[in-house]
Design a protein around this ligand. Structure first.
Ligand code: ADP
Length: 259
């Protein structure tokens, strides 16, 4: 695969104590830069604006109201991009920020524009870093503009950029027949060809405090991709060098791929 979308969750770029995991930013920048230098086209979808914002503002608890969350996300998003920009620059790479809302799904003009931006950034050798535009997106019924979670957002990004592969790096190392953080005897699926209701029913609650998606949104993303004849790997974010192994074809995590 040549064009790869990588999605990383908040819990994978923050420490358990709520501070930014700088080592993880560095490892991610190193691995993604190496892949790019080896000829891959890389798009990064990163959660974490609220987490990074909470650290920056010394907040012990997640703000309660939506407007407070949006304000913290605004602080965190620019700080997070600052971190990506600095760490990637150590490896001679430039990043460009793309903030998305559902408009790109609903309005052909917005869709065309964002696709053009992706293609042009990639042509320029720049690594797009994508997140939801939290300050703008609303989830009222009238005109819903939120994706809600970056799992599904990353599937849309992989779809509209015709990516060869979506790799989701998570606090869990794959999809199991039951929640492995609750059941010691859970067994990992190496390959999944079809995400139907019986598969969806195996997804339990979210394990981490940070994660908003859980396994259900990851399965929805996989289902979306499979429908478009695209593939997704779900693997552990603990060590980003796992990306080298995944792309070398080693059997790692769960591979969602059409039959
Ligand atoms: P991230 O923050 O990396 O996006 P989440 O914490 O939102 O990830 O979702 C992953 C979590 O989903 C796992 O840590 C686990 O607790 C939970 N989970 C529930 N059901 C399953 C399952 N069947 N297989 C794997 N993980 C599951």
């Amino acid at each position: 695969s040549k064009r790869i979308v990588i999605k990383i969750g908040t819990s994978s770029i923050m420490m358990a104590d709520g501070t930014v995991n700088y080592q993880q930013f560095d490892r991610l920048a190193y691995v993604l830069s190496s892949l790019k230098q080896a000829g891959k086209e890389i798009i990064l979808v990163s959660s974490g604006a609220i987490g990074v914002g909470m650290d920056k503002l010394y907040l012990a608890e997640r703000p309660k109201t939506i407007r407070q969350q949006q304000a913290v996300a605004a602080v965190g998003q620019s700080e997070m991009m600052n971190l990506y920009s600095r760490f990637f620059s150590h490896y001679k790479q430039t990043v460009g920020q793309i903030l998305m809302t559902r408009d790109i799904v609903e309005f052909p003009e917005s869709h065309k524009n964002v696709v053009n931006t992706f293609e042009t950034l990639l042509d320029m050798g720049i690594i797009p870093v994508v997140n939801e535009n939290d300050a703008v997106a609303v989830d009222e019924l009238e005109h819903e503009t939120k994706f809600g979670d970056n799992d599904q957002l990353s599937a849309i990004v992989a779809e509209i950029t015709h990516a060869d592969l979506l790799i989701m790096l998570s606090d869990v190392d794959g999809f199991y027949d039951k929640n492995p953080s609750k059941f010691a005897d859970a067994t990992l699926f190496h390959t999944v060809h079809n995400v139907d209701d019986s598969v969806m029913a195996l997804a339990g609650d979210v394990g981490s405090n940070f994660g908003t998606g859980g396994m259900i949104t990851k399965l929805k993303a996989a289902k979306h991709l499979l429908k478009n004849n695209q593939s997704m790997v779900l693997a552990s974010a603990a060590d980003p060098t796992i990306l080298f192994d995944i792309l070398a074809g080693l059997e790692i995590g769960t591979y969602f791929t059409p039959q």
